[in-house]
Design a protein around this ligand. Structure first.
Ligand code: ADP
Length: 266
């Protein structure tokens, strides 16, 4: 792949054991009102298999932090390492391909394409990277929709299903290229509490399946599922501890329905 030379050249610089590592990361935005610091010297290390939530007041810098990790936005200073890749040094083309393979991204407003059906929505990231044959893409998309409990809705359009179901499709799409990391920005922010819990069950399940999760949220229920809570204020991390939680519950129903199709690769 195009970014492989950058990968091999730089991987020796990443800390051992960290899947995501931010070093002295700073970012400001220039607005008519002046310079607004969004991140100020952030250091953070996330290990494989963690379920980390990022919390903090509006304007604290949460989205900026996530946008840096995902490579949607660039830092002014500092380094971003993900799985040994120096993300801050990738070109735009390299970034797009790298993101497509390594990160599944889930947004508050789902961001499904309205004019195509659910299977086609889930197939899109595979088509973008040219992974799998067309037949395999379709089968894989069908399997993923089955995994998220939407096996009976595959040919509907996004407008024909509920918000919670749309978020499930977005999660299936995020899993399309089997990335090791899922990143979500307020994934339950547009859902009622029952539906939010169902989505959280799905995230918890995916974490038990080995996915590393990084979720930005205001929702206290999300933190209750996480193994790590990172709190940001004024562009700085003010706490970043492990949560010694009681067993993180995954609903029995979800476990049962997903285990029926566990033979299919996530
Ligand atoms: P949060 O996600 O915690 O609400 P953000 O990361 O969105 O915080 O924003 C952090 C700070 O950076 C805020 O002061 C915000 O106004 C500013 N900011 C974020 N994005 C932009 C942008 N594109 N242009 C100008 N200022 C921005």
């Amino acid at each position: 792949m195009k970014y492989s030379s950058a990968t091999s050249r730089q991987s020796i610089h990443a800390s051992e054991g960290a899947l995501i590592e931010l070093r002295s990361l700073s970012k400001s935005y220039i607005t008519p009102a002046g310079r607004t610091p969004a991140l100020r010297g952030v250091n953070l290390s996330i290990s494989p298999g963690e379920f980390a939530v990022v919390r903090g007041k509006s304007g604290a810098g949460k989205s900026t932090l996530v946008n840096m990790i995902v490579g949607i936005d660039r830092p002014d200073q500092g380094e971003i390492w993900v799985a040994g890749v120096a993300v801050h040094q990738l070109s735009e083309d390299e970034l797009a391909r790298w993101r497509g393979k390594n990160l599944g991204v889930v947004f508050q407003f789902f961001q499904l394409l309205p004019s195509i059906d659910l299977v086609q929505n889930v197939m899109m990231p595979m088509e973008f990277l040219g992974l799998y044959t067309p037949k395999e893409r379709r089968q894989r998309a069908l399997n993923l929709l089955e995994h998220v409990g939407l096996g009976g809705h595959t040919h509907k359009r996004p407008a024909e299903i509920s918000g919670g179901q749309q978020q499930r499709v977005a999660i299936a799409r995020a899993l399309a290229n089997d990335p090791p990391i899922l990143v979500a920005d307020e994934p339950t922010g547009n859902l009622d509490s029952r539906t939010s819990n169902e989505i959280l069950d799905l995230f918890s399940f995916l974490n038990t399946q080995g996915k590393t999760l990084l979720i930005v949220t205001h929702d206290k229920n999300v933190a209750a599922r996480a193994s790590r809570e990172i709190e940001i204020a004024d562009g700085q991390i003010i706490s970043s501890g492990s949560i010694d939680a009681s067993p993180r519950a995954v609903s029995t129903n979800l476990n049962a329905s997903l285990s029926m199709t566990r033979g299919n690769q996530l």
